[in-house]
Ligand binder design. Structure first.
Ligand code: SF4
Length: 295
């Protein structure tokens, strides 16, 4: 009914036969060890995570038919229960992307998560100085690079993402080429979200889909000319409903970039609702399925 290629982070399915969320972001923690200026879900002081509750949410998602989750945060490696969650997802036959900023990723950690994840995702924000300036952390670019290399050493497929803004659009092509040379399998670029801390940047740094796409066409031509293996995709966050997030409280939110003050809409809570019921009522099914279809 649905297949997932973890190397290319690609889904194949018949749209008419899908009656569940294919993939959601599982927020593992509110904490983060970075302070990125473009963060759309800035870390909070409170921490609501409970392993018991998380397993309940996973049960509900698995029962609904979900294919994959993206483990995110905050920084998911800061959650001491991460391994237990990954093991539980494996038990439930749910594919996993681990989305990390790479700051505390080391050989021991990657070895421990490897049996339970299908790929690993990093953000690369341009060259070293642009990356470090957007994360507000000197050395964070080097950490991502070593994270990619570590993942490749352990044969874990790597997905990279880059939010494109005025500050880094001129570095898009060199970043694509860097990803190709580092053996990254899939590279997504996306427009700036209009929520969280990114809101402060949105007014003066946002670039339209068409402008980003024009740059992407050039990058693709270059990759083709070099017979590159890297696949590149574009996500337009101005289209609402493509991303669904599950918080440690059980709240399930859809991202509706800039359409209200929070940039999200609450769909329900997995303590009370089934994932299936939330899908039934989901107002953005078309946009959501179209997004996963073209990835
Ligand atoms: S963008 Fe990610 S890594 Fe950066 S502050 Fe936000 S949660 Fe942390």
């Amino acid at each position: 009914m649905i297949s997932y290629n973890s190397k290319k982070d690609k889904y194949a399915f018949d749209k008419d036969k899908i009656n569940f969320f294919i993939n959601v972001g599982l927020i593992m923690t509110n904490k983060c060890n970075l302070n990125c200026t473009f963060c759309c879900d800035p870390p909070k002081l409170s921490e609501n995570f409970s392993l018991e509750k998380e397993k309940l949410f996973i049960d509900k998602l698995a029962k609904s038919g979900i294919k994959k989750v993206c483990i995110t945060g905050g920084e998911p490696l800061l959650n001491n229960d991460l391994l237990e969650v990954l093991k539980y997802l494996k038990q439930k036959e749910v594919c996993v992307t681990l989305y990390t900023n790479g700051l505390i990723l080391d050989e021991e950690k990657i070895q421990s998560v490897k049996p339970y994840i299908d790929n690993i995702r990093f953000s690369i924000l341009g060259g070293a100085s642009t990356h470090d300036s957007l994360t507000q952390h000197t050395g964070s670019f080097e950490k991502v690079l070593s994270g990619i290399r570590l993942a490749k050493t352990f044969s874990i497929p790597v997905v990279a993402t880059m939010p494109v803004l005025k500050k880094n659009i001129s570095e898009l092509i060199e970043t694509v080429l860097l990803c190709e040379s580092e053996g990254v399998e899939k590279f997504y670029i996306y427009s700036l979200m209009n929520r969280g801390r990114a809101k402060d940047l949105h007014g003066h740094q946002h670039i339209s889909y068409n402008k980003i796409n024009a740059e992407l066409v050039l990058a693709k031509e270059l990759l083709e000319k070099n017979l590159a293996k890297l696949e590149v995709g574009l996500v337009d966050w101005d289209v609402s409903g493509q991303c669904v997030l599950v918080y440690p409280t059980g709240d399930v939110l859809a991202v509706i970039n800039g359409h209200n003050n929070e940039g999200t809409i609450k769909l329900g809570n997995l303590n009370e609702d089934s994932a299936k019921d939330l899908w039934e009522k989901y107002p953005f099914k078309e946009e959501y399925l179209a997004y996963y279809k073209k990835r």
